[in-house]
Write a protein that binds this ligand. Sequence first.
Ligand code: RET
Length: 254
Amino acid sequence: MPTIEIGQYLLVYNAFSFTFATMAAATIFLWFGRSQVGPGYKTALTISGLVTAIAAYHYFRIFESWETAYEVRDGVITVTGLAFNDAYRYVDWLLTVPLLLIELVLVMRLSQQETVSKSVRLGLAAALMIVLGYPGEIADDNITRAIWGTLSTVPFLYIVWELFRGLGAAIERQPASVRGLIKQARLLTFASWGFYPIVYMIPYTNLGGAVTETYVQVGYTIADIIAKAGVGILIYLIAVRKSQAEEAQEARAA
Ligand code: RET
């Protein structure tokens, strides 16, 4: 662990603490929100809440790990020798990234065959992207980092392509009232996901160990809040709107 300034330590500490609270609150909101949507959308909200619940747990562990990596005494900060565990973040992504993609597919209520094939392809690509990124994340030298990062970018680009091309056609078949929201969810997913590889590249700069560590931790944390809680809320709004549209349609048909 690099020696850091107390201000940097506290910034990361507070970011983790805030994120734990945000993820826990989002979970409660999303699970309670199930009662406000039609039966066909309940699974999407269950999964959205599951994503934030998994993240809340991991942020709690990340927070603890950060706390034990440093010791603050009389305003002086020292490294304890217990390494900060980056694996929590990657295990979290391994579970939540495929779920996030499935959630996006589910809320569109495509045919069963399309739902399964898109979920499987996107889910597998996401898992591959995370597994390939990890050896680079924990590497000490930038060459190793770059090699694994590049490998991980291949499935990443496939996901981006699939989200824009593959889902694009499906989105056009959605009711007009939700098309905009679904596009927004896709854009928010894309924008927040684009943030991760940028944060991954911060160690290539010569900002120094302490600044790099602080930026990486805060950067991933911001991206996680947007990608999980932010996208979750949009999914909730889509589910509510689609349920209302379908209810109105049924009332007209009756
Ligand atoms: C890595 C390694 C470097 C190359 C790329 C990466 C992409 C990571 C992404 C992570 C998304 C995480 C999400 C978490 C929220 O649940 C692994 C940093 C392309 C896109 C959405």
